[in-house]
Ligand binder design. Structure first.
Ligand code: WQD
Length: 340
């Protein structure tokens, strides 16, 4: 297939590009580099051993998006493009609603106009909010967002795509609900490169380990969990990327126009468990202190990944130790992330 990877220079997109190429697909990347670096694409070309066609523009521009689809024939789109910082979305909601919805509108309009009928969309476990029984199952109807305006953009995107898929003969949409993506390509050449102070646990741990930050603050140790810290379902980005390939390969066989799939391991790990695993896998100490709870954090959330196994033949294969070792290989080789 010729796959358009929207947001292909970003963290999850870049890892998926490597696996698409390895599986023999042709890949075209579109990315506006708002939260990614051109160096990532250069590294991808080294990893995949060939030129990667790249279009540097903002998908919110419907004319540029239409022109791209008019100039090339795509068999499928994987849509990773979007803003993703929950905290920033609370202070800048319009930025999130505009970007995360407009990019989908442009893409889907162009797909319909040019008869492209396979779409894999980056959704999030945040759509389960705090009302879903644990482990989270796809049948739960997301009527709330656990992640501020950012989370609402995922809920809304899911609804919009479901409505469009039901109204468009042949269009098939796979909604992939990611749990907590961490890790990096085992080569250590591509990985997560958050701008500014990381919001998420694993990049914070690895930046403390590499000396960029003094210590980690653990947000609360008085939760009703085994060690008092929150438990999450961490998933290696390589497993996550493989989940996109599995969705792409099975999308034509979907009996419904739209289907959601959890991409998680089904096994929760606590914050302290993650710190210990990182120290054990790398031999590098991670100084931390216990701080207050962070607003909006759930004590525990994890996936029931059985639908993805039954219908996509996909399951996670990498351990928490792999996640830590691969994160460290990337972070220690690239202490400041990608060079400009
Ligand atoms: C994990 C655990 C924190 C940082 C968020 C979004 C979700 C998705 C992924 C996407 C929690 C604790 C964290 C720190 C800590 N977003 N923690 N100290 O909150 O499960 O999910 O990221 O793009 O939509 O909500 O992930 O990595 O922020 O936190 O103690 O400095 O680590 O309290 O228990 P979260 P996270």
């Amino acid at each position: 297939m010729h796959v358009l990877v929207a947001g292909g220079a970003g963290y999850i997109g870049s890892h998926t590009v490597v696996q698409l190429k390895r599986a023999g697909h042709d890949v075209t990347i579109v990315d506006d580099f708002d939260n990614s670096k051109a160096t990532a694409v250069a590294r991808l070309e080294e990893l995949t051993g060939g030129h990667l066609p790249l279009h540097a523009f903002d998908l919110c521009d419907p004319d540029k998006t239409e022109a791209l689809f008019a100039s090339e024939r795509f068999d499928a789109v994987i849509h990773f493009a979007g803003h993703k910082a929950v905290g920033e979305s609370v202070s800048e909601p319009l930025k999130y609603y505009r970007n995360n919805l407009d990019s989908t509108f442009s893409l889907v309009r162009a797909m319909k106009a040019h008869g492209v009928h396979r779409l894999v969309f980056s959704s999030s476990a945040t759509v389960y909010g705090d009302a879903a029984p644990q482990p989270c199952q796809e049948e739960f109807t997301p009527l709330q967002s656990g992640g501020g305006p950012y989370g609402w953009t995922k809920v809304m995107n899911e609804q919009i795509l479901a409505d469009v898929a039901r109204a468009t003969p042949d269009l098939k949409v796979a909604l992939l609900r990611y749990f907590n993506p961490v890790g990096a390509h085992p080569s250590g050449t591509i990985g997560e490169d958050p701008q500014g102070i990381p919001n998420n646990l694993m990049p914070f741990i690895s930046q403390v380990a590499v000396g960029r930050r003094e210590k980690l603050t653990v947000f609360g140790d008085d939760y009703p969990t085994a060690d008092g810290t929150c438990e999450r379902d961490y998933i290696h980005v390589e497993d996550l990327a493989a989940g996109h390939l599995a969705a792409l390969e099975h999308i034509d066989a979907m009996t419904e126009p739209v289907r959601a799939f959890n991409l998680g391991s089904g096994v929760p790990t606590s914050v302290l468990g993650m710190i210990k695993a990182f120290e054990a896998a790398t031999g590098v100490p991670v100084p931390y202190e216990i701080g207050p709870r962070r607003d909006g954090d759930l004590p525990i959330t994890y996936a029931d990944p059985s639908r993805a196994l039954a219908e996509l033949g996909w399951r996670t294969t990498k351990s928490v130790e792999d996640m830590c070792a691969d994160t460290w290989r990337w972070q220690s080789a690239n202490p400041q992330g990608y060079p400009d």
